[in-house]
Design a protein around this ligand. Structure first.
Ligand code: RRO
Length: 314
């Protein structure tokens, strides 16, 4: 099923989230060879980074925690290296680049470089990384959120721009964020909701210490446990945002039913992060096939038939 997303036609509605298995051209090429309908990079910075000290990830059947600290090969690698051109751009799938600069100026510089490089379909501006030591989550600060969007708007960039948001937990916070995003609806084509739940803690019963080392053990929570939080983000923002702004649902998706639920809540497309990390890129084939089977069973031919059609409790 084709989907119109931020002015592009996608051959499907499931692709990879930024983060796990998205840092190298090899990993991105594997996403390109799967049933993922697009390819998205790890969030890039201006210069390459190694990230936080190890161990910085923890997985369990129900949830994962990471404090990777933005390890990445730099913006120029993701837009300009030969390996990316050969293995990713040649796949023919829409190629999105995620950025998470150390400052607004860095983000501006990266966006300008991306727009000069050929082959990029859109930019995902990550305003929600919880793991940069000493830096708060940008989109929890409404002054910073407005200032970032104002600056992006002033650039009049030729590519679709999406912003990745953190989870919000109180309706007033959703309202404030949506109000600001709606002010910039001619600049922001889509939101991606949500990033990991920031600053969570898990303790190993064996060592009696946190399961990861950076930041005193605090890290971003992801995986099946966060799905109800992610559904709430998608649902709430679909109520509050201008309909011209597409919603990308992400958080705890690991099955075709999870994709279906995200679309019922109003998602245009759905990203898969932790499941991709644990199962590898073959997860896209499985999830897409499961989703198509559910649509067949329910007689759904176009996603618009179900998008946002969550029923009231009965
Ligand atoms: O690299 C990370 O630590 C990281 C990032 Br940039 C992000 O946006 N979300 C996350 O959970 N980890």
């Amino acid at each position: 099923m084709q989907v119109q997303f931020c002015g592009l036609t996608l051959n499907g509605c499931v692709y990879n989230a930024s983060g796990p298995r998205t840092g190298s051209s090899d990993a991105l090429a594997k996403v390109g060879s799967s049933k993922s309908c697009a390819i998205l990079t790890k969030s890039a910075t201006l210069l390459p980074q190694n990230g936080n000290p190890l161990p910085r990830t923890y997985t369990s059947p129900n949830f994962s925690i990471n404090s990777e600290g933005l390890p990445n090969k730099s913006i120029d690698y993701y837009i300009d290296s030969e390996t990316i051109k050969e293995s990713v751009l040649d796949s023919g799938k829409p190629y999105f680049v995620s950025i998470s600069g150390k400052s607004l100026d860095d983000n501006v510089e990266m966006m300008k470089r991306i727009c000069k490089a050929p082959g990029v379909a859109g930019i995902e501006l990550n305003l929600a990384c919880p793991n940069v030591i000493g830096h708060p989550i940008i989109a929890y600060d409404m002054v910073q959120l407005r200032s970032a969007l104002k600056t992006v708007a002033s650039l009049s960039l030729p590519l679709p721009i999406g912003i990745k948001l953190p989870p919000y937990f109180d309706f007033i916070h959703y309202q404030k964020a949506a109000e600001i995003i709606n002010e910039y609806k001619s600049t922001i084509s889509y939101i991606v909701t949500m990033n990991t739940v920031g600053n969570t803690l898990m303790i190993s019963p064996h060592s009696g210490s946190p399961v990861i080392s950076p930041k005193g053990g605090y890290g971003g929570l992801s995986g099946p446990a966060v799905k109800p939080i992610a559904l709430a983000q998608v649902r709430k923002f679909s109520e509050l945002l201008d309909p011209s702004i597409d919603i990308v649902g992400v958080g705890g998706v690991q099955s075709g039913q999870d994709v279906y639920d995200m679309i019922l809540c109003g998602a245009k497309v759905v990203q898969v992060g932790t499941c991709h990390w644990i199962e590898g890129p073959k997860c896209f084939d499985r999830i897409v096939e499961e989703f198509e089977e559910i649509c067949r069973k329910n007689g759904v031919k176009e996603l618009e038939e179900i998008r946002g059609k969550l029923k009231e409790w009965s």
